[in-house]
Design a protein around this ligand. Sequence first.
Ligand SMILES: Nc1nc2c(c(=O)[nH]1)N[C@H]1C(S)=C(S)[C@@H](COP(=O)(O)O)O[C@H]1N2
Ligand SMILES: [Mo]
Length: 253
Amino acid sequence: MTQDTGPKRISLSDIAPEIKRIERRMFLRQGLSLGALTMLTGCNLADGDAVDRVLLAMSKWNDKIQAAIFSPNRLAPTYSESEITKPFPFNAFYSEAEAPIVDGASFRLQLSGLISDKRPWTIEQLRALPQATQVTRHICVEGWSAIGKWGGVPFRTFLERVGADTTAKYVGFKCADKYYSSIDMPTALHPQTLLALDYGDAALPAKYGYPMKLRVPTKLGFKNPKHIAEIFVTNDYPGGYWEDQGYNWFSGS
Ligand SMILES: Nc1nc2c(c(=O)[nH]1)N[C@H]1C(S)=C(S)[C@@H](COP(=O)(O)O)O[C@H]1N2
Ligand SMILES: [Mo]
């Protein structure tokens, strides 16, 4: 028997998230075959490194294009209350029973980075700001979507109130469960981006992100951080929990 000493072979599952994304962007009804992928990328699929390089380049290009065509005023669809999905699904990188329990009375939202007033916020102080509600669709890359109702402070209102540098590139989030994510400033200022305190007509339960989550209906589910503990503004790319594992950073929905 001869030993295979050629370059390492990659399988489709190694690069599944990237392929899914390309399929979605190309509006393909069927999955890409290895042959089609070879033609698209122009690489021999036996050469894993070359494929990775091409897919990474495509992914970065895709982020740039998406950011460029993102319209700060285009609204995500809204729905009627009768269309709300019941029960609304739970999702996280752990099971529902492990969702962090945050003590609301002692909770203080921390602020850092390019923000002029970094004083921490209590939940009551956030509730005293102007509030808005939305009924929108949440789309998860894991293959489900659901309509829900969230209420809270329009994120633009909050950023302006604390003197955030809205010319900076990114807003980042650190969460009580060690999750983290970040969004571009145009998305942070989008009229439907909400610092959500409520699910339905009551405070967010632990499973949906108590004491607050960022509700971003123009982004995929994983860019909606729950259990936010700290918000920062920066020009240095902050990445995110799934973003750092290969999911597209822009991930508009
Ligand atoms: N803190 C935190 N936020 C998170 C996650 C997480 O694991 N931890 N998962 C993300 C993903 S992948 C999805 S689909 C949504 C799920 O939100 P839901 O439980 O309200 O449906 O939360 C997002 N925000
Ligand atoms: Mo998700």
